[in-house]
Ligand binder design. Structure first.
Ligand code: GLN
Ligand code: ZN
Length: 755
């Protein structure tokens, strides 16, 4: 009975890595200091895991920025524009760009909130083991061994690496091949998977070197196995692991498939290779038990059973873990116990949360506690003593049935009622909600939280800020105003702090990307709204102006996506509870005279299941939750929504089904194609394709915005077209915000004049 984990947080219990890296970037620390912090963090993790009694300890789970970027550097997949740099300069240039070269793209790691740096490959990419005998996994293996700790180096598997890569810009694109059913790669089109054989040779060299250094095991992460694999990918999987499995000199290989269940086909392929162990996720993929049974062929392999949730903060159900273990014993040669995936997706230590309520705290386990759970579980299995049950979650009050009422009228009726009330022009101008968060605003919030500033003074400061933002918008001539969200630290945490059933942590940081960490709130019980959450600020803003002020709420899906959510009831049920709280908030906003409410759902795409077969059920409850939140609104109340990402493909029908009166989307960078797509999906309401990119301080010239608007007008009539930036302005500064919005308003007026 052995225990391991698939990975551990790399940022440090107090975000030491973030601070050290940022000091280095700012020129306040040199490379040696950064490396010293990094080495301390690695040593701390290894020794802690050993002292906790874990049997096998992973290494190479540390990264200065991202483990996929580390892999690109390791195999020398460095695009030409960075090649004149070396070492840390090159590494951080790829991650973050420099004054004269853009960074590599960054995107979400599967359905988590971690972002990786996307490899950029082309047909001519020549992989090689860049640092040879000093390659990072080898160096970290040896570093741990110096400390007397034997580890299992963790690598991104070759299939996953290539499937997460993109073809370099300008590379002939296989998806543009004339016959879409043809094998990608035919017709001169290129997909990164074409490079598999070459990449596998680099892994082969690395494995041989690891074996030479004495490594007994290596872990190859292949989370793509939890998604849909086509025939070509399954064949690539088999080819890669037949080759690596057949190496004469290599460590034993554990292939880790996590974030869902593996389909029996690919699992059977893997079982036919010589790899010694397969790690499976029995938390996100309970279907893995069936997959193991039906794939067969595992009777001579080790199954590493991921029974402790690596992505959520709840204590494990040890009894259930034991029964999973018992079933597996009959199917596999050996069974070991593990986390379901790397623990990098949960905070480091519950010990740094002294002020969580005891009844919540006793139900939680962060990374350090999860390691202890595995050790306890194994000890219990050895001794035969049954585990004590985890603290039971509070009984869930059933969500009261909602009198859905007649719901909202047909869109045409709504449009007429809203126009009669609001009288907005064609190409109405607005913003997405937040205005720049100045140092003064942040200081006021921090002072209030720390008790240095009392409630009255804080309210005064926020009201003064709201008054400034309203005056600015009037001066700029915007049609629909916002209060600016100065009081919000974060669009989810603000609401979490005001809803019952949610708790905030003090130090529960999780890496989002590079040095950016987030602190997701914990949704632990039944959600309800003890009091209005936004009405005071919004009504105050409205009292200052004759123009409509748009209320601003965070939607139910986003409230779940950016939190740790209870797992004792379906997400759909929790989403309903959040939706009901929002529904009550909208009613209160209406009663306070607010005519427009925006319900943001930027995370709608993020929770989309990895498997196509699971997607319709998710989209159904996600759309239902949004509609439950908004369908109590009067016809004359205009409901807006906002989403911000550029790949809308799979969810376009769902966006249309939300049936918001106005939908604003990040589209400045996807050239308005989206407008046409939404139209094709039957969406006939208002649409606000972002007319400029707020992610950079660049001020878009009015002519450029005009051109964007004219392009959009080819797809959508002027009465339905809204004019807005592509996301909130909170990360921008005032000078560029003022200039950009002025250009946006004048562009809208210029186009309006020609209608
Ligand atoms: N209303 C939010 C803002 O403007 C929306 C943020 C988002 O889309 N992520 O900041
Ligand atoms: Zn946005």
């Amino acid at each position: 009975m052995r225990t391991t984990i698939l990975g551990y947080p790399r940022i440090g219990a107090h975000r030491e890595l973030k601070f050290a890296t940022e000091r280095y970037w700012a020129g306040r620390a040199d490379a040696a200091e950064l490396e010293a912090t990094a080495a301390t963090l690695r040593r701390t993790v290894w020794t802690e895991l050993r002292d906790a009694g874990l049997d096998t300890i992973p290494s190479n789970t540390f990264s200065l920025y991202d483990h996929v970027l580390d892999t690109s550097v390791m195999v020398d997949a460095v695009p030409a524009r960075y090649r004149d740099l070396d070492g840390l300069d090159r590494y951080f240039a790829m991650a973050r760009g420099t004054a004269d070269r853009p960074p590599l793209e960054m995107t979400k790691w599967f359905d988590t909130n971690y972002h990786y740096i996307v490899p950029e490959l082309e047909p001519g990419t020549r992989f090689r083991l860049a640092d040879g005998g000093r390659a990072k996994p080898l160096a970290e293996y040896l570093e741990a061994r110096e400390l007397g700790i034997e580890t299992r180096p963790v690598l991104v598997g070759p299939l996953t690496y290539l499937m997460l890569a993109k073809a370099a810009p300008g590379t002939p694109d296989a998806s543009a091949a004339p016959d879409v059913s043809a094998t990608p790669g035919a017709f001169g089109g290129f997909v990164p998977l074409d490079l598999l054989d070459r990449l596998v040779e680099v892994y082969a060299e690395l494995l041989e070197r690891l074996a030479g250094a004495g490594a007994r095991w290596v872990q190859l992460d292949e989370p793509v196995l939890a998604g849909d694999l086509g025939e070509r990918e399954t064949e690539a999987l088999a080819r890669a692991y037949r080759r690596l499995g057949g190496l004469p000199s290599r460590p034993r290989i554990m292939v880790a498939a996590y974030f869902g269940a593996v389909a029996p086909g690919p699992l059977a392929e893997l079982a036919r290779t010589d790899v010694e162990a397969i790690a499976l996720d029995f938390v996100a993929g309970p279907g893995n038990l069936d997959a193991v049974a039906s794939a067969g062929g595992l009777s001579r392999k080790t199954v590493v059973a991921g029974v402790v949730d690596g992505r959520n903060v709840w204590r494990a159900d040890l009894a259930r873990a034991r029964s999973t273990y018992a079933v597996l014993l009959g199917l596999a040669g050996r069974v070991e116990l593990s986390s379901s995936c790397s623990l990098m997706h949960v905070p480091v230590d519950l010990g740094t949360e002294p002020s969580l309520a005891p009844d919540v705290r006793e139900r939680l386990a962060f990374a350090r506690q999860k390691v202890a759970e595995l050790v306890t579980l194994a000890a219990g299995l050895r001794s035969g003593v049954p585990p004590t049950a985890p603290a039971a979650p509070p009984a869930s009050g059933t969500t009261p049935p909602v009198e859905d009422g007649p719901g909202r009228s047909d869109r045409k009726v709504r449009f007429a009622a809203q126009q009669a009330r609001l009288g907005l022009p064609d190409l109405a101008t607005t913003t997405i909600g937040s205005f720049p968060q100045t140092p003064e605003i942040r200081r006021a919030r921090a002072d209030h939280k720390a008790g240095r500033v009392d409630d009255a003074a804080y309210t005064e400061a926020m009201r003064a800020e709201i008054a400034r933002v309203i005056a600015l918008q009037e001066e700029l001539g915007l049609d629909v105003l916002v209060h600016g969200e100065a009081e919000r630290n974060d669009m989810v945490q603000y609401f979490a702090e005001r809803l019952d059933g949610y708790a905030a942590t003090e130090n529960g940081w999780v890496q989002s990307y590079g040095t950016r960490c987030v602190r997701p709130p914990i949704l632990h019980g039944d959600v309800s709204r003890p009091a209005p959450m936004t009405v005071g600020w919004t009504a105050f803003a409205q009292s200052l102006t004759g123009r409509p002020v748009k209320g601003m709420l965070t939607g139910p899906v986003t409230m779940l996506a950016w939190s740790f959510v209870r797992d004792d009831q379906p997400l759909a049920a929790t989403a309903r509870q959040v939706a009901l709280a929002l529904r009550a908030e909208i009613a209160d906003l209406e009663a306070a005279g607010i005519a427009i409410v925006q319900v943001d759902e930027p995370a709608l795409r993020e929770l989309l299941p990895l498997r196509a077969a699971d997607q319709p059920a998710y989209l159904e409850w996600a759309v239902a939750a949004f509609r439950l939140a908004t369908s109590g609104a009067a016809d004359a109340t205009q409901i807006h929504t906002h989403m911000c990402y550029s790949e809308f493909g799979e969810i376009i029908t769902a966006i249309a089904a939300l049936d918001a009166d106005v939908t604003s989307v990040e589209a400045a960078r996807s050239h308005m194609e989206l407008v046409a797509d939404l139209d094709a999906a039957g969406y006939a309401n208002g649409i606000g394709p972002g007319v400029y990119d707020i992610h950079s301080p660049r001020v878009p010239p009015a002519e450029e915005i005009e051109a964007n608007l004219r392009r959009a007008l080819r797809a959508v009539p002027a009465g339905r077209l809204w004019v807005n930036p592509d996301c909130g302005l909170k990360t921008r500064a005032y000078p560029e915000t003022r200039a950009a919005l002025a250009n946006m308003v004048s562009a809208a007026r210029a186009v309006r004049a020609t209608l």
